[in-house]
Design a protein around this ligand. Structure first.
Ligand code: MG
Length: 377
């Protein structure tokens, strides 16, 4: 599209309940929403950065500034008809800010899909025989006060249809909690744990105790920049290691696989700075026979729609963080995504309309907006 103006917003969505992980707590999900405008075309994107820089360096207010003062001016200055593949050159001199960059790419992909009447899921998996109609539902459960609280929460989610349950863990809040979760799921539900980098290699004995619970993997046990110790940990425990925060590009992902730092890949397009690169990493993993899945970031409707579209990629071999809107929010800027299906095999429908395949609810968007600016050439 020929981008003439970019509307930036921060929206604030109240969470159903605060989401607690080793890296911090989110009570209100603020997020940057962008809308590209040009002639008859428009495209919507969402920046995955959390309200505070606790998961990665990016955060809502910083991402807004990076978009407003650095990335959007470069996008507008590039001029002409732009596609998503033009962005790497337009942003070549800007270091970092992957989530902000990915939000613009997503908006361009949405615009491309709307113009060409192609669903995002087909753009991301062009060689797939046809878009999947639905993807299996998976949910992440934050740190709760007691193992009993966690067991009750897990049972409720399993009853709703979720076939894969991910439990946030942290030192001192691990073995008893995972045991309670496993007792609540029974053996047939996929269970995994996410430490958000809260452990050190000296915790290997504790982490090895998790081997007893049949987890499909433990996600990001050690610090993001600690690939070699992840490889050492992988030799000391039998549960597979999946990396999330560590994997910032296709190159790093390959290095992590080659070094034995991980054997499962969490694909988060915003962390890679590109939805197209995320899709290519899923292609790559599929070619190597490596299990991969699509992670989430407490996404609002646009990010959730995009993640569901990516999760329909054939390289996403494990169930991802693909949860219903109502798991986190009481309202959203588009129609909510819902889980349907029996215990253990619930699914979420993949949007198959053009682009993101969702309709933005203008009234709700306006009501939830706490800041907005429009950037023009
Ligand atoms: Mg994670």
């Amino acid at each position: 599209m020929h981008v003439e103006a970019v509307e930036l917003r921060v929206i604030a969505l109240p969470m159903v309940s605060p989401f607690v992980a080793a890296h911090g707590t989110v009570s209100t999900r603020t997020a940057v929403i962008i809308r590209l405008l040009g002639g008859e075309d428009e495209g919507w994107g969402e920046c995955a950065a959390l309200p505070e820089p606790t998961y990665s360096e990016e955060f809502v207010d910083g991402a807004y500034l990076a978009l407003q003062e650095q990335l959007v001016p470069r996008l507008l200055a590039a001029g002409g008809t732009l596609t998503a593949t033009d962005l790497s050159s337009a942003f070549a001199d800007v270091i970092g800010h992957p989530m902000a960059k990915a939000s613009i790419e997503l908006a361009l992909l949405d615009a491309q899909g709307r113009r060409d009447s192609i669903a995002l899921t087909q753009i991301l998996a062009p060689h797939s025989p046809g878009p999947s109609q639905h993807v299996p539902a998976g949910v992440a459960i934050g740190l709760l006060a007691t193992p009993e609280d966690l067991a009750a929460e897990v049972s409720a989610r399993v009853a709703e249809g979720y076939g894969r349950i991910k439990i946030k863990i942290a030192p001192g809040r691990d073995i008893d909690f995972i045991r309670a979760a496993r007792n609540a799921t029974g053996a047939s539900i996929e269970l995994c744990a996410d430490a958000n980098g809260a452990y050190v290699l000296d915790d290997a004995k504790t982490l090895a105790e998790l081997d007893a619970f049949g987890l499909s993997y433990i996600e990001q046990p050690l610090a993001a920049d600690d690939l070699l110790n992840h490889a050492e940990l992988a030799r000391r425990i039998s549960t597979r290691i999946c990396l999330d925060e560590s994997l910032t590009s296709a190159t790093v992902t390959q290095e992590a696989l080659d070094s034995g730092a991980c054997s499962v890949v969490c694909v988060k397009a915003p962390r890679f700075g590109s939805w197209l690169e995320a899709a290519s990493i899923l292609d790559h993993c599929a070619g190597l026979g490596i299990d991969a899945w699509v992670g989430g970031m407490l996404d609002c409707g646009i990010g959730r729609a995009a993640n569901i579209a990516l999760a329909a990629h054939p390289g996403a071999t494990l169930t991802g963080d693909i949860a219903a809107t109502s798991r986190f929010f009481t309202e959203d800027i588009c129609a909510p995504f819902t889980v349907s299906g029996p215990r253990g095999s619930g699914t979420i429908d993949v949007p198959v309309g053009p682009g993101l395949g969702i309709a933005i609810d203008a009234a709700t968007l306006s009501k939830l907006t706490i800041r907005t600016d429009t950037v023009r050439l």
